[in-house]
Design a protein around this ligand. Structure first.
Ligand code: PMV
Length: 327
C-alpha cells in the first residue's frame, strides 16, 4: 500500500535550443539542452475541489477557481498553463480533492528559457506524485503538450521534452524521437538581448512565408535538418569546432527565414569576432538569447557585454524534471 501524500515539491529545468529551431515545428529534428536554472513547484492537497495558485514571479497572488470553473477562458497569463494542465489531468484522472500550487522560478520568464514548459512539466510531475498516478516520460509529455497546445496553439513540444528528459536531446515532434546525447561538456556561452520575443508571432511568420514560398522554405528546412544530423555527431565527438561551424550555418538559414534581429546579429557578430567556434540565435528569434561555442569563453562573454548583451552563466545538460521532496 502506497503512503498517502499531502505535499510534493518538484523542479524542472529551463532549456536552450542548439540546432533546428523552427524546422522542428515541421517534423525536422532539433537538438536542445536543459540548463541548470530551474522552476520549483510545490503542490499541496486541499480537501475541497478547488485550484489555487501563488506565482509571485509572474504576479499571481492567491488565484482560486473551483473545479467547475477550470474551463473558463479568462485565465491570467501566469496561471494559464497550470490551469490547462490541471483541467486535462482531472479529465484523465478524476479527483475530489483539490490543490494549492506555489511556483518559484530561478530565472525570468523574459529570457526565453522555456518557463511555461518547465512550470507545466514540474506541475504535471507533482500531480502524478500527489494523486499517485503513474505516467512514463512519454505519457507525461503528451499530457503537458496538450496543455501547452491548448494555451499557445502552436509549438513543437521540444521545450517540454527537454524539461522532462533533461540532458541534451535530439528531438522530433511530438516526441516521436527523443534521443539523449552524451554531450556533457558543451562549451556554451549565452547572451541575452534584453528583448522579449513572442514565439507565436514568429512561428506564424514562418508559416506565412512557407505558404507563400513552399519550395524555398522547405529547402531551408532540409538544409537545417542536414546540419542538425551532423551536429548530433559533432556534439557527441566533442568536436566543438565543427559543431560551432554548423551553428553559424544554422544561423544563416534562420536569417533566410527572417527571424533574427539586429540585437541578435550584433551579439552573434561580437562572438564570431572574438574567436567563437560559431554562434546563432536560440529559439524563435526576434530577441531572447543567442548561443555560441567557444574555447575562450571569458573573452566572448566580455565582447557580448561590451555590445550591450547580458551574459547568462548557465550550465547545459542539466537533469530533467525531478521530485525534490514529498510529505
Ligand atoms: O522561443 P522559444 O524558446 O519558445 O523556442 C521556439 C522554438 C521554435 O522552434 C521556433 C518553435 C517550437 O515550438 O519548436
Amino acid at each position: 500500500m502506497l503512503e498517502k501524500l499531502s505535499q510534493v515539491t518538484t523542479s524542472a529545468p529551463g532549456k536552450l535550443m542548439l540546432f533546428g529551431d523552427h524546422a522542428v515545428v515541421y517534423g525536422y529534428p532539433c537538438i536542445v539542452t536543459a540548463i541548470d536554472e530551474r522552476i520549483n513547484v510545490t503542490v499541496t492537497k486541499v480537501d475541497v475541489a478547488t485550484f489555487t495558485v501563488q506565482a509571485p514571479d509572474v504576479g499571481v497572488d492567491n488565484y482560486t477557481r473551483t473545479f467547475a470553473e477550470l474551463k473558463a477562458g479568462d485565465t491570467p497569463k501566469g496561471v494559464a498553463f497550470l490551469q490547462a494542465l490541471f483541467y486535462l489531468f482531472l479529465e484523465g484522472f478524476p479527483q475530489s480533492e483539490g490543490v494549492s500550487v506555489t511556483t518559484q522560478s530561478e530565472f525570468s520568464s523574459n529570457f526565453g528559457f522555456g518557463s511555461s514548459s518547465a512550470v507545466t512539466v514540474a506541475f504535471g510531475k507533482a500531480l502524478c506524485e500527489l494523486y499517485q498516478v503513474e505516467l512514463d516520460n512519454f505519457e507525461l509529455f503528451h499530457l503537458c503538450y496538450q496543455a501547452v497546445l491548448a494555451v499557445q496553439g502552436v509549438g513543437s513540444g521540444f521545450d517540454i521534452a527537454s524539461a522532462i528528459w533533461g540532458g541534451t536531446i535530439y528531438y522530433k515532434t511530438p516526441a516521436s524521437v527523443v534521443e539523449p546525447l552524451a554531450a556533457e561538456e558543451i562549451p556554451l556561452v549565452v547572451g541575452y538581448t534584453g528583448i522579449k520575443a513572442d514565439t507565436g508571432t514568429l512561428v506564424r511568420s514562418v508559416a506565412e512565408k512557407k505558404r507563400q514560398h513552399p519550395e524555398e522554405i522547405e529547402a531551408v528546412f532540409q538544409q537545417i535538418e542536414k546540419l542538425t544530423e551532423l551536429a548530433r555527431t559533432a556534439l557527441m565527438d566533442e568536436d566543438w569546432q565543427t559543431a560551432g561551424e554548423l551553428m553559424t550555418q544554422n544561423q544563416s538559414l534562420l536569417a533566410q527565414l527572417e527571424v533574427s534581429s539586429q540585437e541578435l546579429d550584433n551579439l552573434i557578430d561580437a562572438a564570431m569576432e572574438n574567436e567563437a567556434f560559431g554562434a546563432k540565435l536560440s529559439g524563435a528569434g526576434g530577441g531572447d538569447c543567442m548561443v555560441a561555442l567557444a574555447e575562450e569563453r571569458a573573452t566572448v562573454e566580455a565582447a557580448l557585454t561590451q555590445k550591450g548583451g547580458e551574459v547568462m552563466r548557465v550550465k547545459p545538460h542539466a537533469s530533467g524534471v525531478r521530485v525534490e521532496s514529498r510529505s
